[in-house]
Every structure is written in C-alpha cells, then in structure tokens.
Design a protein around this ligand. Structure first.
Ligand code: ZN
Length: 471
C-alpha cells in the first residue's frame, strides 16, 4: 500500500541533475551469484496451489456484498483446521464489517471467530473452520463459506482504505475471507495491529471471480475479465479468472475505461466522472511504469492489469493483477505497479516481513525518478521486523518505506549496479509465486558482501541470514 502521496519523489524527478537525486555509479564487483543464478526462467506456480471460487453479489444499496467462497486446499502439511483472515474487521478499517454466515463441507465440524486484534463491534479478525479429522499432506480438503460484507460510507480511521463507498463507486479489496495458508509453514494467525498495513500471508491461488451488480455499472477486478452478461432481473454478471491471485480487488462504478497493450500485458484503467485524469492518460502512465520496471525486474508478472481510480486524494493498494488508486500521482502509480512483482508475484508475509514488499516497491520508485531516499538511511531503527514492532504509522513508514528503499539503493551502489540488479532478478525469478523470506533475498545476494553489509547495518537482514547465505 501507499498511504502518502506527497513524498518528495516528484521533486527529484524534475530536478534529477541536482546532487542527491542522481544515482552514482558504484564500484563494479565481479558477478558472483548464488546457486541457480543467473536464472533464465521464472519459477512456475505450484500445481497443487489452492483453487478459490468467489461468487459475489453487490446489492442495490451499493454497500452490501453477499458472497459464497469455495476453497479447495491441498496442503503440504497435515491440517486439522482452516484459517481465514477477515481484513475488513481490522482496526484501521473500522466501520466496515465482514461476517461469515455459514460454512459447509464434507469434513467441516464447525467454525468460529477469533478476535486477534479485531476492531470492537466486529466478530473477529480471523475465522477458524474446524475439521472432523486431520487431513494429511497432499490430500485436498474443500470448504464453502457464505459471507456478508457491509461497507460504510465516510471516513475510516486509516483515511483512504481498501474498502469504500462514494457517490458513483463501491470498492472492496480483501473483502472476502482470505485463506491464510503459508506453504511449508502452516497457518498465519498474526494479530491485527493499529498500524495500517496489509497484515496478510496468502498463497497464490487459482481464482475465479463472479460479480453480480445492478444496472449498467462497470466492474474492474483482478484477472482476465470478459464482457458482462445480462440477467433476467436487470443485473449484469462479470466473470474473471486469475490463476495466481493471493487476494482480489473489486471496484464497481460508473467507470469510463481505456485499454492499452504494453509488451504482453493488457492494461485496463477506469476513471469516474470528473476525475483528475482521463482513462487514456492513466493507461499511458501505467504502461510507462510497466516499461520502466520491466527493464529492472524482468517481465511483468501478469497478462492483464486493471487499474480503477476511485478518488483524487487517497493512496494506493496492491492486489493480484489489479491496483486500487486513490490518486493518479505518477510516483504512486510506479509504487503500486512495482508491487505486482513484490507482493503479487514474490509474495511475503506482510505481517512478519512488511519490508520485503514495501521497501522494494518504494525502492522501485527510484528506477523511474532517480531519487534514492539516501537521507533516510541515517534514521535510527531497523527496516526489518513485523508489523507489531513499530510504534506508530510514521515510524512504520519512515523505516519500512523510506529507510528500506534507501538501504536497497545503497546496497546497489555498494555492490555494483549490474551485480546487484542480477542478484535481485535472481531473487525475483526463483521466488516467483512463493511466500519469500529475508533469507531468500540474502541467498540471492550471496557473494555481494558489501550489499549484505548495508542491509544488515540497516536492520533489514539479520546477520545470521547474511552469514548463512555465504555458507
Ligand atoms: Zn506499498
């Protein structure tokens, strides 16, 4: 996510020649890459990944979503329960509410809410489905949940949020129970915290989304969406498929849309009446961000990208093959497009290691505008740590976004630009569609001691991770 839009990046973009905004050439180190690097092929998604079907209906009041979610999980560890995160019940989304109304399945024994730091007045931030028997690794378990999402108009504590209602638009990201399975690890049961961030760990899942909406409203959602079909009751049903979605965004409104092809990706943007930018302008801005970032991080991860602009004074939120924009600020667009690599494709536990996606997305802004945030490197405090390790929103953003981006830029300078870029590319391609950990990055940086030293010094990597990478 990106809650601030007024960072200094655009100033550096205009004044690139001034000291502090340039990206100096670093000493060239001999490329010494980790085993398996350099890579020529991107890792394929797990063929045993979860299959998720979301059948959603936006009511005529435009603020109630009812849905049925079907999940088929083939775990790589035995499971006796299934856990789901109910993100709208987080403190920062207070006002909205997500409730599970029924759960079904051959092995389902029951289900219940777990508070886990939920906003008061909501059922809980996690939902646990109990199974009648333990399901062994490699066997598929299927459950079906009925749920109701109630969206509230007006300000939430976090301001611009992943869920919202306005005159001509309704949007919800993380608006359905979110499977919290981390392959090889187990269930993520992290508590919600006051600091506003994503707080999820979700596997890439083969996901189908159907959304029924009133009248002729336009839907922009994750995945390869087709044209809507009309139903007898005067509604439209939009269907989309994303074979590797960790979480999905749905935006429904009076969108004007534009489509542009960039490389092998089809970008579809949508703006509301009276928006600051036209759909065509936003499409070109998004396409330019893709072009610039592909040069650094490799091919764009998805065949499609949808970009609804729903406000003119908010931030942004990343979803699988979709970006929610609350502003058309160019730096914000680059940041959120970068999340398609760092979050969308290279997943992470956004509770345990928020810097793995946020520091990289912020660092990616420098690819477009040259600003390396170098002043932020001197801030006290560690870039790494979980969402629970930061005292407040400012500290979280200063360290994870600001200092994190600065540390990655400084690591690049210390190691040599080409060697660092190749190592990061290796990290990206080998960790595609997984939930990565800091030690995976350290392994990719093996042999680039000056870069590892910078990241350890900034508290991004642990000394043990860096040393283990060299063994
Ligand atoms: Zn972000």
């Amino acid at each position: 996510m990106h809650s601030r839009t007024a960072r200094a990046t655009s100033i550096c973009g205009a004044l690139l020649v001034l000291a502090g905004c340039t990206a100096p050439e670093g000493p060239e180190a001999a490329p010494a890459l980790a085993a398996g690097c350099p890579v020529t092929e991107r890792a394929a998604p797990d063929p045993e990944r979860p299959v998720v079907d979301l059948d959603l209906r936006l009511a005529d009041d435009l603020r109630t979503v009812t849905g049925t979610e079907t999940v088929a999980l083939t775990p790589d560890l035995p499971v006796a329960e299934l856990w789901f995160r109910l993100v709208p019940n987080a403190p920062q989304s207070a006002g909205h509410r997500l409730a599970v109304e029924a759960v079904r399945g051959d092995l389902v024994a029951g289900g219940g809410y777990v508070d886990a730091g939920a906003a008061s007045g909501t059922p809980g931030s996690l939902y646990r489905v109990d199974l009648r028997e333990t399901v062994p690794a490699g066997q598929t378990v299927s459950v079906e949940l009925d749920f109701r999402l109630r969206l509230t108009a007006g300000e939430t504590p976090a301001g611009f949020d992943r869920l919202g209602v306005d005159d001509s638009v309704t949007w919800w990201g993380s608006g359905a129970p979110l499977l919290t399975w981390e392959p090889g690890v187990g269930w993520a049961q992290d508590p919600m915290v006051e600091v506003s961030g994503e707080t999820t760990a979700a596997p890439a899942a083969d996901t189908t989304i159907r959304v029924s909406v009133p009248g002729d409203l336009v839907v922009l959602t994750s995945g390869d969406q087709g044209r809507p079909r009309e139903t007898a009751d005067g509604r439209r049903v939009w269907e989309s498929h994303d074979p590797v979605a960790r979480d999905v965004l749905v935006a429904v409104g009076e969108f004007e849309t534009a489509t542009v092809e960039v490389g092998s990706t089809r970008v579809t943007t949508g703006v509301l009446p009276g928006a600051d930018a036209s759909a065509e302008e936003l499409a070109e801005r998004t396409a330019e961000a893709i072009r610039v970032l592909e040069g650094r991080f490799g091919p764009f991860p998805y065949p499609t990208l949808t970009v609804p602009l729903v406000s003119d004074d908010g931030g942004g939120e990343e979803y699988a093959s979709s970006i929610l924009l609350g502003s058309d600020d160019p730096g914000l667009v680059v940041h959120e497009v970068a999340h398609m690599w760092f979050y969308g494709m290279v997943g992470n536990s956004q509770f345990r290691d928020p810097w793995l996606d946020e520091a990289f997305a912020s660092y990616a802004e420098s690819v477009a505008d040259g600003h390396t945030h170098e002043d932020d490197l001197d801030r006290g405090g560690a870039v790494g740590g979980s969402m629970a390790d930061f005292d407040d929103q400012d500290e979280y953003e200063d360290l994870v976004y600001g200092k994190g981006a600065a540390a990655l830029a400084a690591a690049r300078e210390a190691a040599g630009e080409q060697a660092f870029d190749e190592a990061v590319r290796c990290y990206v391609e080998t960790q595609a569609w997984t939930i990565a950990r800091p030690e995976d990055l350290a392994r990719a940086l093996q042999g680039l001691e000056p870069a590892l030293d910078v990241l350890v010094e900034a508290g991004a990597l642990d000394r043990r991770d860096a040393e283990a990478a060299g063994e």
